[in-house]
Design a protein around this ligand. Sequence first.
Ligand SMILES: Cc1cc2nc3c(=O)[nH]c(=O)nc-3n(C[C@H](O)[C@H](O)[C@H](O)COP(=O)(O)OP(=O)(O)OC[C@H]3O[C@@H](n4cnc5c(N)ncnc54)[C@H](O)[C@@H]3O)c2cc1C
Length: 384
Amino acid sequence: MTQTAIVLGAGVGGMVAANELRKRTAKTDRIILVDRNPIHLFAPSLLWLAVGTRTATEIQRPVHALLRRGIEFVQGNVDSIDPTNRTVTVGEQRFAADAIVIALGAELAPEAIPGLVEAGHNFYTLEGAQSLRDALKEFTGGKVIVLTAAPLYKCPAAPYEAAMLIEDSLRKRGIRGRATIEMYAAEPAPMAVAGPAVSDAIKAMLASKGIAYSSNRQVASVDPVAHVITFADGASAAYDVLAYVPPHRAPSIVANSGLGGETGWIPVSRSTLETTHKDVYAIGDIVTIPLSMGKPLPKAGVFADAEATVVARNIADAWRSQSALSAFDGHGACFVESGDGKAAMGSGNFFAEPSPQINLKAPSVLWHMAKVVFEKRWLKWWAF
Ligand SMILES: Cc1cc2nc3c(=O)[nH]c(=O)nc-3n(C[C@H](O)[C@H](O)[C@H](O)COP(=O)(O)OP(=O)(O)OC[C@H]3O[C@@H](n4cnc5c(N)ncnc54)[C@H](O)[C@@H]3O)c2cc1C
Protein backbone atom coordinates (compact mmCIF):
# COMPACT_ATOMS: atom_id res chain seq x y z
CA MET A 1 0.00 0.00 0.00
CA THR A 2 1.31 3.44 -0.89
CA GLN A 3 1.82 5.75 2.06
CA THR A 4 2.26 9.53 2.10
CA ALA A 5 4.26 11.73 4.46
CA ILE A 6 4.11 15.50 4.25
CA VAL A 7 6.90 17.54 5.80
CA LEU A 8 6.10 21.21 6.49
CA GLY A 9 9.13 23.52 6.33
CA ALA A 10 12.42 23.00 4.48
CA GLY A 11 14.69 24.47 7.12
CA VAL A 12 17.01 22.34 9.26
CA GLY A 13 14.42 19.90 10.64
CA GLY A 14 12.32 19.59 7.48
CA MET A 15 15.31 19.08 5.21
CA VAL A 16 16.67 16.27 7.38
CA ALA A 17 13.23 14.66 7.88
CA ALA A 18 12.33 14.63 4.17
CA ASN A 19 15.69 13.21 3.09
CA GLU A 20 15.77 10.60 5.85
CA LEU A 21 12.21 9.52 5.00
CA ARG A 22 13.13 9.21 1.32
CA LYS A 23 16.19 7.13 2.21
CA ARG A 24 14.19 4.71 4.38
CA THR A 25 10.86 4.26 2.60
CA ALA A 26 9.74 2.38 -0.51
CA LYS A 27 10.01 4.20 -3.84
CA THR A 28 6.23 3.94 -4.20
CA ASP A 29 5.67 5.91 -0.98
CA ARG A 30 5.20 9.67 -1.43
CA ILE A 31 7.37 12.16 0.45
CA ILE A 32 6.15 15.75 0.03
CA LEU A 33 8.09 18.75 1.35
CA VAL A 34 6.51 22.23 1.53
CA ASP A 35 8.15 25.60 2.07
CA ARG A 36 7.25 29.12 1.02
CA ASN A 37 10.94 29.80 0.41
CA PRO A 38 12.69 27.89 -2.39
CA ILE A 39 16.10 28.76 -0.87
CA HIS A 40 17.65 27.00 2.15
CA LEU A 41 19.85 29.22 4.34
CA PHE A 42 22.54 27.91 6.71
CA ALA A 43 21.71 30.29 9.60
CA PRO A 44 24.89 29.82 11.71
CA SER A 45 26.87 31.46 8.90
CA LEU A 46 24.86 34.70 9.22
CA LEU A 47 27.35 35.62 11.95
CA TRP A 48 30.27 35.27 9.55
CA LEU A 49 28.33 37.18 6.89
CA ALA A 50 27.77 40.06 9.35
CA VAL A 51 31.52 40.47 9.82
CA GLY A 52 32.27 40.16 6.11
CA THR A 53 33.77 36.67 5.94
CA ARG A 54 30.91 35.09 3.94
CA THR A 55 28.69 36.22 1.07
CA ALA A 56 24.97 35.47 0.77
CA THR A 57 25.65 33.08 -2.12
CA GLU A 58 28.11 31.09 -0.03
CA ILE A 59 25.59 30.31 2.72
CA GLN A 60 22.47 29.45 0.69
CA ARG A 61 21.38 26.71 -1.70
CA PRO A 62 18.18 26.11 -3.67
CA VAL A 63 16.05 23.63 -1.69
CA HIS A 64 15.84 21.25 -4.68
CA ALA A 65 19.65 21.01 -4.81
CA LEU A 66 19.69 19.47 -1.31
CA LEU A 67 16.93 16.91 -1.84
CA ARG A 68 17.19 13.21 -2.65
CA ARG A 69 15.55 12.14 -5.88
CA GLY A 70 11.88 11.29 -5.42
CA ILE A 71 10.96 14.02 -2.90
CA GLU A 72 8.12 16.22 -4.22
CA PHE A 73 8.90 19.83 -3.34
CA VAL A 74 5.89 22.17 -3.19
CA GLN A 75 6.69 25.87 -2.97
CA GLY A 76 3.89 27.64 -1.15
CA ASN A 77 2.52 28.88 2.12
CA VAL A 78 1.16 26.31 4.57
CA ASP A 79 -2.18 27.94 5.37
CA SER A 80 -3.79 25.33 7.60
CA ILE A 81 -3.18 22.01 9.29
CA ASP A 82 -6.00 19.70 10.34
CA PRO A 83 -4.30 17.24 12.70
CA THR A 84 -7.45 15.16 13.25
CA ASN A 85 -7.98 14.32 9.59
CA ARG A 86 -4.26 14.70 8.78
CA THR A 87 -4.76 17.20 5.97
CA VAL A 88 -2.81 20.33 5.04
CA THR A 89 -3.72 23.21 2.76
CA VAL A 90 -1.13 25.09 0.74
CA GLY A 91 -2.87 27.86 -1.19
CA GLU A 92 -5.43 26.13 -3.41
CA GLN A 93 -3.93 22.69 -2.86
CA ARG A 94 -5.08 20.23 -0.21
CA PHE A 95 -2.94 17.28 0.84
CA ALA A 96 -4.01 14.23 2.84
CA ALA A 97 -1.22 12.27 4.50
CA ASP A 98 -0.57 9.19 6.62
CA ALA A 99 2.01 11.17 8.61
CA ILE A 100 2.62 14.90 9.03
CA VAL A 101 5.93 16.36 10.23
CA ILE A 102 5.66 20.02 11.25
CA ALA A 103 8.98 21.88 11.06
CA LEU A 104 7.88 25.48 10.50
CA GLY A 105 10.35 27.05 12.95
CA ALA A 106 9.86 30.17 15.07
CA GLU A 107 8.59 33.55 13.89
CA LEU A 108 10.64 36.67 14.54
CA ALA A 109 8.71 39.63 15.94
CA PRO A 110 10.97 42.73 16.10
CA GLU A 111 7.88 44.95 15.74
CA ALA A 112 6.86 43.91 19.26
CA ILE A 113 9.40 46.46 20.63
CA PRO A 114 8.59 50.06 19.61
CA GLY A 115 11.36 51.54 17.45
CA LEU A 116 13.47 48.39 17.21
CA VAL A 117 12.93 47.69 13.49
CA GLU A 118 14.01 51.20 12.46
CA ALA A 119 16.79 51.41 15.02
CA GLY A 120 19.05 48.47 14.42
CA HIS A 121 20.09 45.37 12.55
CA ASN A 122 18.28 42.06 13.05
CA PHE A 123 21.18 39.72 12.34
CA TYR A 124 18.85 36.68 12.66
CA THR A 125 17.77 37.37 9.05
CA LEU A 126 19.82 37.53 5.87
CA GLU A 127 18.78 41.15 5.23
CA GLY A 128 19.64 42.20 8.79
CA ALA A 129 23.00 40.45 8.76
CA GLN A 130 23.80 42.21 5.46
CA SER A 131 22.78 45.64 6.79
CA LEU A 132 24.85 45.01 9.94
CA ARG A 133 27.86 44.14 7.77
CA ASP A 134 27.40 47.41 5.83
CA ALA A 135 27.01 49.46 9.03
CA LEU A 136 30.13 47.91 10.55
CA LYS A 137 32.07 48.70 7.36
CA GLU A 138 31.10 52.38 7.70
CA PHE A 139 31.80 52.41 11.45
CA THR A 140 35.04 54.19 12.37
CA GLY A 141 34.57 54.55 16.13
CA GLY A 142 31.92 54.92 18.85
CA LYS A 143 29.68 52.35 20.51
CA VAL A 144 28.38 49.03 19.20
CA ILE A 145 25.59 47.39 21.22
CA VAL A 146 24.50 43.76 20.90
CA LEU A 147 21.03 43.31 22.38
CA THR A 148 18.76 40.34 23.01
CA ALA A 149 15.21 41.71 23.11
CA ALA A 150 13.60 38.75 24.93
CA PRO A 151 15.04 35.80 26.87
CA LEU A 152 13.68 33.04 24.59
CA TYR A 153 15.44 32.87 21.22
CA LYS A 154 16.96 30.23 18.98
CA CYS A 155 20.63 29.39 19.35
CA PRO A 156 21.44 30.79 22.81
CA ALA A 157 25.11 31.09 21.80
CA ALA A 158 24.57 33.27 18.70
CA PRO A 159 24.39 36.80 20.20
CA TYR A 160 27.46 36.08 22.34
CA GLU A 161 29.29 34.84 19.27
CA ALA A 162 28.16 37.96 17.39
CA ALA A 163 29.64 40.25 20.08
CA MET A 164 32.97 38.40 20.03
CA LEU A 165 33.15 38.29 16.21
CA ILE A 166 32.39 42.02 15.98
CA GLU A 167 35.15 42.69 18.53
CA ASP A 168 37.54 40.58 16.47
CA SER A 169 36.65 42.36 13.21
CA LEU A 170 37.15 45.83 14.73
CA ARG A 171 40.52 44.73 16.14
CA LYS A 172 41.60 43.42 12.73
CA ARG A 173 40.67 46.77 11.15
CA GLY A 174 42.80 48.58 13.74
CA ILE A 175 39.87 50.59 15.19
CA ARG A 176 39.19 48.59 18.36
CA GLY A 177 40.78 51.36 20.47
CA ARG A 178 38.18 53.83 19.22
CA ALA A 179 35.25 51.49 19.88
CA THR A 180 33.24 50.42 22.91
CA ILE A 181 31.28 47.17 22.72
CA GLU A 182 28.44 46.50 25.14
CA MET A 183 26.04 43.60 25.37
CA TYR A 184 22.59 43.89 26.98
CA ALA A 185 20.81 40.59 27.49
CA ALA A 186 17.17 39.98 28.43
CA GLU A 187 18.13 36.59 29.88
CA PRO A 188 19.70 36.17 33.35
CA ALA A 189 22.99 34.72 32.06
CA PRO A 190 24.65 33.47 28.85
CA MET A 191 23.37 30.03 27.73
CA ALA A 192 21.77 29.63 31.17
CA VAL A 193 20.17 26.21 30.44
CA ALA A 194 23.68 24.79 30.09
CA GLY A 195 24.39 25.67 33.74
CA PRO A 196 26.36 28.24 35.73
CA ALA A 197 29.82 26.92 34.76
CA VAL A 198 29.09 27.48 31.06
CA SER A 199 27.55 30.92 31.77
CA ASP A 200 30.60 31.94 33.79
CA ALA A 201 32.96 30.74 31.05
CA ILE A 202 31.15 32.80 28.40
CA LYS A 203 31.13 35.86 30.69
CA ALA A 204 34.89 35.44 31.20
CA MET A 205 35.40 35.24 27.43
CA LEU A 206 33.46 38.50 26.94
CA ALA A 207 35.40 40.20 29.75
CA SER A 208 38.76 39.11 28.32
CA LYS A 209 37.83 40.92 25.10
CA GLY A 210 36.73 44.09 26.88
CA ILE A 211 33.02 43.56 26.05
CA ALA A 212 30.84 44.96 28.85
CA TYR A 213 27.97 42.61 29.74
CA SER A 214 24.70 43.40 31.45
CA SER A 215 21.99 40.73 31.95
CA ASN A 216 18.29 40.74 32.91
CA ARG A 217 17.80 43.91 30.87
CA GLN A 218 14.31 44.05 29.36
CA VAL A 219 14.18 46.52 26.49
CA ALA A 220 11.06 48.71 26.50
CA SER A 221 11.64 50.82 23.39
CA VAL A 222 14.34 52.21 21.13
CA ASP A 223 14.57 55.74 19.73
CA PRO A 224 15.94 55.30 16.21
CA VAL A 225 16.59 59.04 15.78
CA ALA A 226 18.37 59.74 19.08
CA HIS A 227 20.00 56.25 18.97
CA VAL A 228 18.97 55.45 22.55
CA ILE A 229 17.65 52.19 24.05
CA THR A 230 15.29 52.50 27.02
CA PHE A 231 14.93 49.54 29.39
CA ALA A 232 11.91 48.56 31.48
CA ASP A 233 13.63 49.78 34.68
CA GLY A 234 14.05 53.26 33.17
CA ALA A 235 17.79 52.95 32.46
CA SER A 236 19.00 53.84 28.98
CA ALA A 237 21.96 53.21 26.68
CA ALA A 238 23.13 55.19 23.65
CA TYR A 239 24.61 53.45 20.62
CA ASP A 240 26.08 54.09 17.20
CA VAL A 241 25.45 50.61 15.79
CA LEU A 242 22.77 48.33 17.24
CA ALA A 243 22.78 44.59 16.44
CA TYR A 244 19.83 42.75 17.94
CA VAL A 245 18.08 39.40 18.36
CA PRO A 246 14.32 40.05 18.08
CA PRO A 247 11.57 38.53 20.23
CA HIS A 248 10.45 35.11 18.93
CA ARG A 249 6.89 33.77 18.83
CA ALA A 250 5.16 30.60 17.68
CA PRO A 251 3.71 30.84 14.15
CA SER A 252 -0.03 31.62 14.23
CA ILE A 253 -0.75 28.34 12.43
CA VAL A 254 0.03 26.55 15.72
CA ALA A 255 -2.91 28.13 17.53
CA ASN A 256 -5.17 27.91 14.49
CA SER A 257 -4.56 24.15 14.15
CA GLY A 258 -5.33 23.52 17.81
CA LEU A 259 -1.88 22.03 18.32
CA GLY A 260 -0.55 24.77 20.63
CA GLY A 261 -0.20 24.32 24.36
CA GLU A 262 -0.07 26.80 27.23
CA THR A 263 3.16 28.35 25.96
CA GLY A 264 1.89 28.83 22.40
CA TRP A 265 4.50 26.40 21.09
CA ILE A 266 3.64 22.77 20.23
CA PRO A 267 3.94 20.28 23.11
CA VAL A 268 5.28 16.87 22.05
CA SER A 269 6.45 13.60 23.52
CA ARG A 270 10.10 14.37 24.22
CA SER A 271 11.30 10.98 22.96
CA THR A 272 9.14 10.51 19.83
CA LEU A 273 8.16 14.12 19.00
CA GLU A 274 4.57 12.99 18.42
CA THR A 275 1.99 15.69 19.17
CA THR A 276 -1.29 15.07 20.96
CA HIS A 277 -2.54 13.71 17.59
CA LYS A 278 -1.46 10.29 16.34
CA ASP A 279 0.96 10.32 13.37
CA VAL A 280 1.32 14.11 13.60
CA TYR A 281 4.83 15.08 14.68
CA ALA A 282 6.46 18.44 15.38
CA ILE A 283 10.21 19.09 15.50
CA GLY A 284 12.71 21.91 15.92
CA ASP A 285 12.05 25.48 16.98
CA ILE A 286 8.25 25.17 16.83
CA VAL A 287 8.07 22.72 19.76
CA THR A 288 8.45 23.18 23.48
CA ILE A 289 10.13 20.47 25.53
CA PRO A 290 10.17 21.32 29.25
CA LEU A 291 13.22 20.31 31.30
CA SER A 292 12.97 19.53 34.99
CA MET A 293 15.28 22.46 35.82
CA GLY A 294 12.35 24.72 34.83
CA LYS A 295 13.44 26.02 31.44
CA PRO A 296 12.61 24.50 28.03
CA LEU A 297 15.13 22.70 25.81
CA PRO A 298 16.90 25.46 23.84
CA LYS A 299 15.83 26.04 20.26
CA ALA A 300 18.76 24.98 18.07
CA GLY A 301 19.49 23.34 14.76
CA VAL A 302 21.37 20.52 16.43
CA PHE A 303 18.14 19.43 18.13
CA ALA A 304 15.96 19.97 15.03
CA ASP A 305 18.37 17.70 13.13
CA ALA A 306 18.37 14.92 15.76
CA GLU A 307 14.59 15.10 16.26
CA ALA A 308 14.00 14.90 12.49
CA THR A 309 16.10 11.75 12.24
CA VAL A 310 14.18 10.08 15.07
CA VAL A 311 10.78 10.96 13.58
CA ALA A 312 11.70 9.86 10.04
CA ARG A 313 13.10 6.53 11.24
CA ASN A 314 10.05 5.78 13.33
CA ILE A 315 7.61 6.64 10.51
CA ALA A 316 9.58 4.47 8.08
CA ASP A 317 9.72 1.60 10.58
CA ALA A 318 5.99 1.79 11.23
CA TRP A 319 5.29 1.71 7.48
CA ARG A 320 7.39 -1.48 7.23
CA SER A 321 5.47 -2.93 10.19
CA GLN A 322 8.60 -2.85 12.32
CA SER A 323 8.68 -1.59 15.90
CA ALA A 324 9.47 2.12 16.05
CA LEU A 325 12.40 2.22 18.45
CA SER A 326 14.23 5.51 17.81
CA ALA A 327 14.10 7.98 20.67
CA PHE A 328 15.42 11.53 20.96
CA ASP A 329 17.74 11.53 23.98
CA GLY A 330 18.44 15.24 24.51
CA HIS A 331 22.13 15.13 23.57
CA GLY A 332 23.46 18.12 21.67
CA ALA A 333 26.61 20.06 20.82
CA CYS A 334 27.24 23.63 19.81
CA PHE A 335 30.24 25.62 18.57
CA VAL A 336 30.75 29.06 20.11
CA GLU A 337 32.75 31.32 17.77
CA SER A 338 35.03 33.52 19.86
CA GLY A 339 37.14 35.44 17.31
CA ASP A 340 40.85 35.02 16.46
CA GLY A 341 39.85 32.07 14.25
CA LYS A 342 38.79 30.06 17.31
CA ALA A 343 35.61 28.53 18.69
CA ALA A 344 34.66 26.93 22.01
CA MET A 345 32.60 23.75 22.01
CA GLY A 346 29.72 22.96 24.37
CA SER A 347 28.24 19.47 24.44
CA GLY A 348 26.32 17.13 26.71
CA ASN A 349 22.97 15.75 27.78
CA PHE A 350 20.15 18.28 28.15
CA PHE A 351 17.82 15.57 29.52
CA ALA A 352 20.16 14.76 32.43
CA GLU A 353 18.52 15.01 35.87
CA PRO A 354 18.14 17.18 37.84
CA SER A 355 19.71 19.57 35.32
CA PRO A 356 21.58 19.38 31.98
CA GLN A 357 25.18 18.13 32.12
CA ILE A 358 27.06 20.32 29.67
CA ASN A 359 30.79 20.64 29.24
CA LEU A 360 32.36 23.66 27.49
CA LYS A 361 35.75 23.08 25.88
CA ALA A 362 37.99 26.15 25.69
CA PRO A 363 38.27 28.06 22.40
CA SER A 364 40.63 26.51 19.87
CA VAL A 365 41.39 26.68 16.16
CA LEU A 366 40.26 23.05 15.93
CA TRP A 367 36.63 23.77 16.90
CA HIS A 368 36.49 26.72 14.52
CA MET A 369 37.76 24.51 11.69
CA ALA A 370 35.21 21.84 12.64
CA LYS A 371 32.43 24.45 12.31
CA VAL A 372 33.73 25.47 8.87
CA VAL A 373 33.77 21.81 7.75
CA PHE A 374 30.25 21.34 9.14
CA GLU A 375 29.03 24.38 7.16
CA LYS A 376 30.59 23.19 3.88
CA ARG A 377 29.15 19.71 4.33
CA TRP A 378 25.66 20.95 5.24
CA LEU A 379 25.36 22.78 1.94
CA LYS A 380 25.99 19.62 -0.15
CA TRP A 381 23.18 17.24 -1.18
CA TRP A 382 25.12 14.17 -0.11
CA ALA A 383 25.18 15.40 3.51
CA PHE A 384 21.53 14.43 3.91
C1 LIG B 1 22.36 33.69 13.53
C2 LIG B 1 21.98 32.26 13.90
C3 LIG B 1 22.96 31.37 14.27
C4 LIG B 1 22.61 30.06 14.61
N1 LIG B 1 23.60 29.18 14.97
C5 LIG B 1 23.29 27.92 15.33
C6 LIG B 1 24.30 26.99 15.68
O1 LIG B 1 25.51 27.30 15.65
N2 LIG B 1 23.92 25.75 16.07
C7 LIG B 1 22.60 25.37 16.12
O2 LIG B 1 22.32 24.23 16.48
N3 LIG B 1 21.62 26.23 15.77
C8 LIG B 1 21.92 27.48 15.37
N4 LIG B 1 20.93 28.37 15.01
C9 LIG B 1 19.51 27.97 15.18
C10 LIG B 1 19.00 27.14 14.01
O3 LIG B 1 19.19 27.80 12.78
C11 LIG B 1 17.52 26.84 14.23
O4 LIG B 1 17.34 26.34 15.52
C12 LIG B 1 17.04 25.82 13.21
O5 LIG B 1 17.09 26.37 11.91
C13 LIG B 1 15.62 25.33 13.53
O6 LIG B 1 15.20 24.44 12.53
P1 LIG B 1 13.65 24.30 12.18
O7 LIG B 1 13.59 23.28 11.10
O8 LIG B 1 12.86 24.13 13.40
O9 LIG B 1 13.24 25.74 11.60
P2 LIG B 1 13.84 26.58 10.40
O10 LIG B 1 15.20 26.08 10.04
O11 LIG B 1 13.69 28.01 10.81
O12 LIG B 1 12.89 26.27 9.18
C14 LIG B 1 11.54 26.64 9.15
C15 LIG B 1 11.10 26.68 7.68
O13 LIG B 1 9.69 26.80 7.62
C16 LIG B 1 9.34 27.69 6.59
N5 LIG B 1 8.01 28.21 6.91
C17 LIG B 1 7.61 28.80 8.06
N6 LIG B 1 6.29 29.04 8.05
C18 LIG B 1 5.84 28.61 6.85
C19 LIG B 1 4.55 28.54 6.25
N7 LIG B 1 3.45 28.97 6.88
N8 LIG B 1 4.45 28.02 5.01
C20 LIG B 1 5.54 27.55 4.35
N9 LIG B 1 6.78 27.58 4.88
C21 LIG B 1 6.93 28.09 6.12
C22 LIG B 1 10.45 28.72 6.60
O14 LIG B 1 10.54 29.36 5.33
C23 LIG B 1 11.67 27.87 6.92
O15 LIG B 1 12.33 27.42 5.75
C24 LIG B 1 21.25 29.66 14.60
C25 LIG B 1 20.27 30.57 14.21
C26 LIG B 1 20.61 31.86 13.85
C27 LIG B 1 19.54 32.82 13.40
